[in-house]
Design a protein around this ligand. Structure first.
Ligand code: NAI
Length: 266
């Protein structure tokens, strides 16, 4: 029960494959109380109701790019949970260019801005409004999800690579600020390719998933394993870990080549 008595907000659970879905289940198992949030349009799918029931959580709709919606999310969450917040999960990503198969050399710039707003600047909004509304407890933990395309080029990842770089930069900058203000830690987990709606929306995802599996000495990290790592990062066991991008990828990021890949080319 690593999170006994802790209060949180979990965004991004769309269906049972979502990383956020698994995080919610693990947080519940570990004794946390939390609200669930997603974009109003995603809530229409209705699946999240099953999760809410299982976790005894309230669902509060919020478009994570809207300051008004985040304001409301915090007001309703602190009311529902009966106090200030100990952890926030930002598990949101979306690129209209990727969705509509726009090539990197032919990006629609309005959509590019949308990618950055939804997938990265929203992380800043989540923290800025938390600061302004003073909703974070001392020693709270804010977590986002990133991908190694922030450091290295993966052609199919398109403008999401820029979004993840920005996300990781905001993590450092706001991590410093919130550390000083409320001892809050801010980190991203850089997760292995994972079969979810957002993941499999990327072109050639399956081939890349299999490649990463063969490149990683421990194999790809699953959504459930990611959820366990999130629980640790929300718990008091990780109090001094902040402003980091933490690779959770079975060793992929430090592997030059694996024997399996060599065999395939011999
Ligand atoms: P998912 O598709 O289950 O979750 C993405 C969520 O973002 C959905 O619930 C969606 O409704 C929500 N969302 C989109 N626009 C929104 C908006 N304007 N306001 C509020 N919510 C909005 O996919 P997954 O994979 O669980 O994604 C979660 C995070 O993990 C994302 O940041 C993604 O980039 C990251 N990630 C995923 C990897 C993968 O291979 N699946 C690998 C590394 C990182």
């Amino acid at each position: 029960m690593l999170l006994k008595g802790k209060k949180g907000i979990i965004s991004g659970a769309l269906d049972e494959n979502s990383i956020a879905w698994k995080v919610a289940e693990k947080c519940k198992e570990n004794g946390a109380n939390f609200t669930l949030t997603n974009a109003p349009i995603a809530l229409r799918m209705g699946k999240i109701n099953d999760l809410a029931k299982k976790c005894s959580s309230e669902i509060i709709p919020a478009d994570i790019t809207s300051i008004k919606d985040i304001d409301n999310l915090y007001e309703e969450s602190t009311k529902a949970l009966g106090g200030k917040i100990d952890f926030i999960l930002h598990s949101v990503g979306m690129s209209p260019n990727v969705r509509k198969n726009k090539e990197y050399g032919d990006l629609n710039y309005d959509w590019f801005f949308k990618t950055l707003d939804v997938s990265a600047i929203s992380f800043h909004k989540v923290m800025q409004i938390a600061e302004k509304n003073n909703i974070l407890n001392k020693w709270s933990s804010v977590l986002g999800l990133s991908y190694i395309a922030a450091q290295r080029t993966f052609p199919f990842y398109s403008d999401m690579a820029e979004a993840k770089s920005l996300l990781e930069s905001i993590t450092r900058s706001y991590g410093y600020r919130l550390g000083k203000l409320s001892k809050t830690r801010v980190n991203t987990i850089s997760q292995s390719p994972t079969i979810t709606t957002a993941g499999s929306g990327i072109e050639g995802f399956e081939a890349f998933y299999n490649y990463a599996e063969k490149m990683s000495p421990l194999g790809n990290a699953t959504a459930e394993e990611c959820a366990n790592y999130c629980v640790f990062l929300f718990s008091d066991l990780s109090k001094k870990i902040t402003m980091q991008n933490l690779f959770h990828d079975g060793g992929f990021s430090n592997t030059g080549i694996s024997e399996e890949i060599i065999d395939q080319f011999s």
